[in-house]
Unconditional design. Structure first.
Length: 503
């Protein structure tokens, strides 16, 4: 069952447009909603406060008037009122109007309320027809709040009604509502314009970074994007981009160097193989076993070079598959020691080899020991020594030779690819400078480290690997090809500098 490939693109908004426009529109929408909700709240509070003030004024006037009527015991011709937007009536217990203010004289009772003596009742939105009897234009509407107070005197009992106009409150609320209706859209628009301008100013470094990256090519990877002085998101983006460009430049340089090195390394064996084949074709009778042996030797050299390059490529891509198992490191060392001892070219000592079990890939660890053994045998004068000793939570594998040694200033470089010291080039062999580079990568994948020391005389290569019972071993607890966090530890220097390769 096939699955569709996952896309690396970010989700696309349905409404396309510039980021600045979207930011401005969203800000206007949010601020507009906030302003509208705030306006409703303000208008509600203002209307409630003004209406409550009108209620209190009518209540106070009704209480004063009821006290006046109850104490005096008589009714004036017209009831006095404190404001022309008010109206008053005195209603007898049988419902007749026995007194009223001048502006509602002759009208029926405003409301049908008859509270008990001393009690107060209030009702709003009462419709009244109020005459304007002064030269002042009050603009009274027909919406009033009416307060009713019951009273009882020596002569009679009844209800005092006082009406207070709601027109002033409504006009105030309407004026504020009109002001907010004009001001809020203008404020929301100003906010949108400010967000548009400020977002453009904030995104200007992003546009500069984009333009700089858009102008890069494979030959311009040395260029860098400008980094803002502040350490904000854009500053971190610029630094991340420069870090990425640095990695790309390093990778490109390594690829070019790799092509050059491979071309250089393959040129000699191919030239030798071509010469031998041409001699064999030109003189078929003279070409014997020596010609074929030379051709086979050159082919083997190229095959080994290609295999080493393939291993390094897999390591670089994180595709080196490590099989996690318990490995007897001492048996691997003894096996390689027997292999070196067989030709009789060097004396091999295993006196320092003790029992050691580590967690890792037996085939890859065998390659580590074999590469170190071949390197030592190629540079040794007479003797190669192996040792495996415990060091706390690790085992140290030591391979020493009595050859010319490695200068201290070359110990940082000797594990780099295609690096062969001058002393290495004076020896015959098929080494291309990849053996110790492979050792470093494989050891790193096992959570270990490798370095070189002075053996006085000669060189001593030391590989430190975690023990089987060490929970910190990446091979024992992580994915076999998980090399993150391990590779940096391979460059730890001991006795003069980090490890590198003799070739």
């Amino acid at each position: 069952m096939s699955t569709a490939p996952r896309s690396n693109r970010l989700p696309v908004l349905r409404w396309s447009g510039a980021v600045r426009v979207r930011a401005a529109a969203v800000s206007v929408l949010i601020v507009g909603v906030a302003f509208v909700l705030s306006a409703f709240g303000v208008l509600s509070l203002l209307r409630g406060s003004l209406y409550q003030s009108a209620d209190n004024a009518a209540r106070a006037e009704a209480l004063d008037m009821s006290s006046f009527v109850a104490v005096r015991g008589f009714m004036p011709a017209y009831l006095p009122i404190v404001a022309e937007e008010m109206a008053a009536q005195v209603i007898a217990s049988n419902g007749d109007v026995i007194a009223s203010s001048r502006n509602i004289a002759g009208q029926a009772a405003m409301v049908d309320l008859a509270p008990a003596p001393g009690k107060v009742a209030v009702v709003r939105d009462v419709v009244l027809r109020v005459r304007r009897f002064s030269h002042v234009d009050l603009n009274l509407d027909n919406r009033f709040v009416v307060a009713a107070v019951g009273f009882k005197s020596l002569n009679f009992s009844g209800t005092v009604l006082v009406a207070n106009s709601l027109g002033a409150a409504d006009r105030a609320v309407g004026l504020v509502e009109l002001s907010l209706g004009i001001a809020l859209p203008i404020l929301a628009l100003l906010v949108g314009v400010m967000v548009w301008v400020l977002s453009g100013w904030a995104l200007r470094p992003v546009e500069i970074i984009r333009a700089e990256v858009a102008g890069l090519s494979a030959t311009d990877l040395h260029r860098r994007v400008p980094e803002p002085a502040v350490s904000d998101e854009i500053g971190r983006l610029a630094r991340t981009m420069n870090t990425m460009l640095e990695r790309l430049e390093t990778s490109s340089d390594r690829q070019r160097q790799l092509v050059a090195d491979v071309s250089h390394e393959l040129r000699n064996p191919l030239a030798a193989l071509q010469a031998q084949l041409e001699v064999a074709v030109a003189h078929p009778d003279a070409a014997g076993a020596s010609m074929l042996e030379g051709a086979i030797l050159e082919v083997n050299r190229m095959s080994q070079l290609v295999a080493d390059l393939l291993t390094l490529a897999r390591i670089d891509e994180g595709m080196l598959q490590l099989r996690s198992a318990d490995v007897d490191l001492d048996e691997l060392v003894l096996g390689q020691a027997d292999r070196l001892r067989a030709p009789g070219n060097v004396e091999v000592s295993v006196a320092g080899v003790g029992a050691a079990r580590v967690r890792g890939d037996e085939a890859q660890l065998t390659r580590v020991v074999a590469n170190l053994a071949d390197n030592a045998a190629r540079h040794a004068t007479r003797r190669v020594e192996f040792a495996v000793v415990p060091r706390g939570e690790f085992f140290d594998l030591t391979v020493a030779d009595d050859g010319p040694g490695v200068p201290w200033f070359e110990r940082q470089r000797i594990f780099e690819r295609f690096v062969r010291l001058d002393s290495a080039r004076t020896h015959e062999g098929t080494g291309a400078g990849l053996g110790l580079a492979i050792v470093r990568e494989i050891v790193a994948a096992h959570g270990g480290e490798v370095w070189v020391e002075d053996a006085k005389p000669g060189a001593r290569f030391i590989v430190r690997l975690p023990r089987t019972d060490n929970p910190g071993s990446p091979v024992s607890g992580a994915r076999p090809n998980d090399r993150r966090g391990v590779r940096k530890r391979t460059n730890v220097a001991r006795a003069g500098g980090p490890a590198t390769s003799k070739g």
